[in-house]
Write a protein that binds this ligand. Structure first.
Ligand code: CU1
Length: 531
């Protein structure tokens, strides 16, 4: 028992100030590495649950006709698949990476607000437990699409208030996570680590954190208005009472478009660190990358109505949103150019993280180009609500955001565990994912252009062939991810030891460096007392 003991009950469960064990450790941890690990594991579990829902969708769509689920449940699957993947899988994965890597990369001992960090994580677990429970409410789960447009969403039964409460909790969790990242980067950088010396991953996350704080409350406001329209007789979105359902769409997409960048900017940061390492060259145009990221973030606030070209906006509005959207191609083009220029005349090698980063570069760009096509307002009248849109945003999010997250896991997992993973299996995981993701999503462009609407459980027979191909791709992609789980599990358990540096290329560009943080303490009560 140490002399610094200030509370009597601690002796009941501990003889010393050693770390808490078992479940108590994980419930009470304030250590950024523990919390980072929990976020990543949570995100992987959500990725598998959301993926299983996607497979229900693709199984129903394997052939025309209704054979597996009833239409209401199908709609619930499309809705909850999206909510889980966006808020439960992609966002928490990048928050987990931020927790692990930002303190190490800027030379901070931990996140600035460690207890709030713990609270953010466990709030997220509560949020998604509620969202998944909402599937079992009378009348079924939310079935309006993840955008929750009124008046359709108001047909949802008891699941609606539960899902909205889950969204509020997840939003609060995200905002706290964002505040923590901003405060950490602003206050805890090591001496000499000026902002423009930070690696790109902390940089992109800093900008993402501001986006989060700006738009999560807007989404919270939108769903709160749904709630009062439903339960308290307001008519924000009801024409009968003088409201307007299109108002909801404006508010939702003022949040929803920046949300896309909340998912993709950290991915840009990851790729901006991996490509230099495996090119053995410094990142080309570091400052331009930072300014391009900030420009994209700014533009993301003034383009939202490109999701609503068909609602009947004034022509000037259509023109403004068309042109501002196309403007985003400029800073994004700067990034693609800089990644390519980084590789130019580099000494390239193709370890698994680099393979995922390169697939990101090619396939995200396909999603970017289809986005540019949809930005053209008159043409979007054809694409709107078709599978072309589904193909577009899945290219941005799966071989885009998800591949970047996988690249990050393969890049940093040796640092986290001290072990190298099974590189042979990891390469098999890469090639299976890269092939099947295209089999899954590329044909959806054809389906959309041929006129197949999104969010329907059945379709006419001329769409049969490409739907079957897409579903085969989906099952191939889904099964490949079990290999990912196995590789991670095996690496966490043991394997060939690696040095702290891991990748020799990281030394060359000087922007992917880490410092060891001090030995962690794990619980609220066991923090060492500083005299
Ligand atoms: Cu958008």
């Amino acid at each position: 028992m140490s002399a610094t003991q200030t509370h009597g009950h601690a002796a009941d469960h501990h003889d010393d100030h050693g770390p808490a064990k078992g479940i108590t450790r994980w419930l009470t941890t304030t250590n950024h590495k523990d919390i980072g690990t929990m976020y990543l594991v949570f995100s992987l579990v959500m990725f598998l649950i959301g993926g299983a829902m996607a497979l229900v969708i693709r199984a129903e769509l394997f052939v025309p006709g209704m054979q597996l689920v009833d239409p209401g449940f199908f709609n619930t699957m499309t809705t909850v698949h999206a909510l889980i993947m966006v808020f439960g899988a992609v966002m928490p994965a990048t928050v987990g990476l931020a927790n692990w890597m930002i303190p190490l990369q800027i030379g901070a001992p931990d996140m600035a607000l460690p207890r709030m960090n713990n609270f953010s994580f466990w709030l997220l677990v509560a949020a998604f437990s509620l969202l998944i429970l909402s599937l079992f409410m009378p009348g079924g789960g939310p079935a309006s699409g993840w955008t929750l447009y009124p008046p359709l969403v108001l047909q949802t039964g008891d699941a609606l208030p539960l899902a909205i409460f889950a969204i509020h909790l997840a939003g609060a969790s995200s905002i706290m996570g964002a505040i923590n990242i901003i405060v950490t980067i602003m206050n805890l950088r090591a001496p000499g680590m000026t902002l423009l010396k930070m690696p790109l991953f902390p940089w992109t996350w800093l900008i993402t954190a501001y986006l989060l704080i700006a738009v999560m409350p807007v989404f919270a406001g939108a769903v709160t208005m749904l709630l009062t329209d439903h339960f308290f007789g307001t008519t924000f979105f009801a024409a009968a009472g003088g409201g307007d359902p299109v108002l909801y769409q404006h508010i939702f997409w003022f949040f929803g478009h920046p949300e896309v960048y909340i998912m993709i900017l950290p991915a840009f940061g990851i790729v901006s660190e991996i490509i230099p390492t495996f090119s053995r060259k410094p990142l080309f145009g570091y400052d331009a990358m930072v300014y391009a990221t900030a420009s994209i973030a700014f533009l993301s606030f003034i383009v939202w109505a490109h999701h609503m070209f068909t609602v009947g906006m004034p022509l000037a509005g259509e023109m403004f949103f068309m042109l501002s959207t196309m403007l985003i191609a400029v800073p994004t083009g700067v990034k693609v150019f800089n990644w390519t220029a980084t590789m130019w005349k580099g000494s390239l090698s193709f370890e698994t993280p680099m393979l995922f980063a390169l697939a990101f570069l090619f396939l995200f760009t396909i999603g970017g180009f289809s986005g540019l096509m949809m930005a053209i307002a008159p043409v979007d009248f054809q694409y709107h609500d078709t599978y072309f849109i589904v193909a577009h945003f899945h290219y941005v999010l799966v071989p885009g955001a998800v591949f970047a997250i996988m690249a990050a896991v393969y890049y940093w997992m040796p640092k986290w565990t001290g072990h190298m993973y099974d590189t042979k299996l990891a390469n098999i995981h890469f090639w299976m994912s890269a092939i099947f993701v295209n089999v899954l999503f590329f044909p959806q462009h054809f389906l959309g252009l041929a006129g197949m609407p999104r969010r329907i459980p059945d379709y006419s027979t001329q769409f049969a062939d490409w739907n079957m191909v897409s579903s085969i791709g989906a099952f191939g992609f889904g099964l490949s991810q079990l290999l990912f789980v196995y590789i991670i599990w095996k690496c966490a358990k043991g394997g060939q030891k690696v040095s702290a540096e891991v990748w020799d290329g990281a030394r060359v560009h000087g922007l992917e460096w880490t410092v060891p943080s001090p030995a962690p303490y794990h619980t609220f009560d066991e923090a060492p007392v500083v005299k």
